[in-house]
Design a protein around this ligand. Structure first.
Ligand code: ATP
Ligand code: 4MY
Ligand code: MG
Length: 314
């Protein structure tokens, strides 16, 4: 076969572009996804901030990304936004992702369609709000202590430093801007729902913060989310009672996933759910785009199937 023919055949292969941090690449074992693409004659290319500035490049039919909040990511994002909508599918669309980047907006959107779940009551605190104003907002929104203080920004390095505040006297401990949210006792069990496209999700159970109704100290507790809800978490706040068993209703979770995915229009999404031990309500406490998928052994295969589906190839 002549080299020019080989070249033109190669041009026929679909092309997937990807942009992930080194850490994310290795945690997801993304090399296995790339290998699968190769086996199925799908070309892949790692995107760099200047990829689209180069001559004679191929435009990917699909882009898989988890862009960071840095200059390279921003430059690349600008270029991707200029691509014709009809030529490239973006996994996931920036517009969809932007709906959850601010925790207050994320919770407000969740609140707009909550027929199968609740969102623990929350308020937004800006740099301009003083203690008195915050106290008033808490009362108006029927939020009682303890409360969670979460950075307003939902993703990135500085977004996972949390605090639990136990009384009004400690309201000065909050870091603004933030969201203050009612702490819900949930028997120290968290359900992480990892979706990979529509109608394909996995439920992973993790340890979480124990019930605080009998917690005696009023001192503010600070922690990083990963200390309490990652698979390796081992924090004094975690539930240590192995006799507590929390079961969940599959049908309800199914409904929650569908509702949340439709609201945010995301393929790669993680939804964190706790069950209120007093009311039995299912509370959505966090929505993450392109999460870690830890515990999902064949993530690369499932991502590959999603790409095939989106590209209409099999
Ligand atoms: N309203 C709440 N009531 C009780 N516990 C909560 C509440 N909100 C959060 N938590 C606990 O705090 C942890 C971190 O909260 P959250 O999921 O909002 O943070 P995050 O930084 O967005 O986490 P992730 O790393 O999963 O993105 C949860 O996993 C859960 O254990
Ligand atoms: O790395 P991990 O496995 O902890 O994945 C976490 C992921 O970090 P990564 O994207 O750098 O992997 C986080 O992203 P940023 O908010 O920091 O952007 C966020 O999505 C967490 O919810 C994920 O934890 P999970 O919900 O899956 O437990
Ligand atoms: Mg989160």
């Amino acid at each position: 076969m002549s080299s020019s023919l080989l070249h033109s055949q190669r041009q026929q292969h679909p092309l997937i572009g990807y942009y992930l941090s080194r850490k994310k690449f290795s945690k997801l074992r993304f090399d296995q996804f790339l290998l699968r693409c190769k086996q199925f004659h799908i070309d892949t290319v790692e995107l760099t901030h200047d990829y689209f500035d180069r001559q004679n490049i191929r435009i990917p039919q699909l882009i898989v990304h988890k862009l960071e909040d840095d200059v390279s990511s921003h430059l690349l994002m600008e270029k991707i936004c200029l691509l014709p909508k009809s030529s490239t599918i973006i996994l996931d669309e920036f517009n969809s992702i932007s709906r959850l980047l601010n925790r207050y907006e994320q919770y407000s959107l969740l609140n707009s369609n909550k027929n199968c779940y609740v969102v623990p009551p929350f308020i937004r605190v800006t740099d301009d709000d003083n203690k008195l104003m915050i106290e008033k907002m808490l009362i108006n929104n029927q939020i009682s202590f303890p409360i969670m203080c979460k950075p307003i920004q939902a993703h990135g390095d500085k977004s996972h430093d949390m605090k639990i505040i136990f009384d009004v006297q400690h309201l000065n401990d909050i870091d603004k801007p933030c969201v203050l949210q009612q702490f819900i006792d949930h028997d120290g069990i968290l359900f992480k729902v990892f979706a990979i496209g529509q109608d394909n999700y996995h439920i992973v159970q993790r340890n979480s913060i124990r019930n605080l109704n009998t917690y005696s100290s009023r001192e503010t507790i600070s922690f990083h989310s990963s200390e309490v809800s990652s698979s390796q978490a081992d924090h004094i706040l975690l539930s240590t009672d192995p006799s507590i068993i929390v079961t969940f209703d599959h049908t309800l979770i199914n409904k929650i996933v569908q509702t949340v995915q439709n609201l945010f229009e995301l393929n790669l999404v993680g939804i964190d759910i706790i069950i209120d031990r007093k009311t039995g309500d299912y509370a959505v406490i966090d929505v993450n785009y392109f999460p870690g998928y830890e515990g999902i052994t064949d993530f690369s295969t499932q991502l590959f199937h999603l790409c095939q589906q989106l590209l209409h190839i099999s």
